[in-house]
Design a binder for this molecule. Structure first.
Ligand SMILES: [Zn+2]
Length: 194
């Protein structure tokens, strides 16, 4: 039934991709390729999740802490929604020079506003990344949208994330699994390890 519903939706509302900002044709082509790979990665991540408490992997425990069916279900939802975002619906791309907007930070290659689906902002530095880095970053960005689970929507840290690097994120997973499945950096670290 679900598949029929989706098929129906795809027929009535064909995916619309609006390209805005100053993305040039080369950038748009590269983003589209990244979207395609990200959809594959989201599927891979969804099926990698434990089926039950007896099937928990080291990677799951490392990045998401103590297992529960409810938290696993939340992650399934996140990865499913990310896949949908890469294949259907309206996306809008914005491209910036590294001297513009949030791109002046050396740590920012892309960003989104979680309540503005599905506008994705790319710094010039994004296009310097290898695909090994682009794809997990896309998973990260798409996980922020409220429709996709709203990772870090309640974060109060200065950079807007529940944790900022591998060490602090791993500690968060150990101490607060509820928050860790709702942290974009942890979702990113998990898919990087797949
Ligand atoms: Zn983020």
């Amino acid at each position: 039934m679900k598949k029929c519903g989706y098929f129906f939706l795809a027929i009535v509302f064909p995916p619309t991709i609006l390209h805005a900002g100053d993305c040039d044709a080369t950038q748009i082509a590269e983003i589209d390729l990244a979207m395609g790979r990200t959809g594959v990665l989201a599927d891979q991540a969804r099926v990698s999740l434990p089926t039950d408490s007896g099937a928990v992997t080291a990677g799951y425990t490392k990045w998401f802490g103590a297992y529960s069916d409810a938290r696993r279900d939340h992650l399934r939802f996140v990865f499913s929604q990310i896949k949908v975002t890469t294949t259907a619906g309206t996306r809008e791309y914005f491209c910036y020079h590294d001297s513009e907007s949030y791109c002046t930070s050396p740590y920012t290659d892309a960003w989104v506003e979680n309540d503005q689906p599905y506008k994705i902002h790319f710094c010039a530095s994004f296009f310097q990344l290898s695909t090994v880095d682009q794809d997990p970053l896309m998973i990260h960005e798409l996980s922020h949208f409220l429709e996709n689970g709203g990772a870090d929507a309640s974060a109060t840290s200065a950079d807007g994330h529940h944790c900022s690097n591998a060490n602090s994120c791993e500690m968060l997973a150990g101490s607060d699994p509820e928050k860790s499945v709702r942290a974009a950096n942890l979702i990113e670290f998990y898919v990087r390890d797949l």
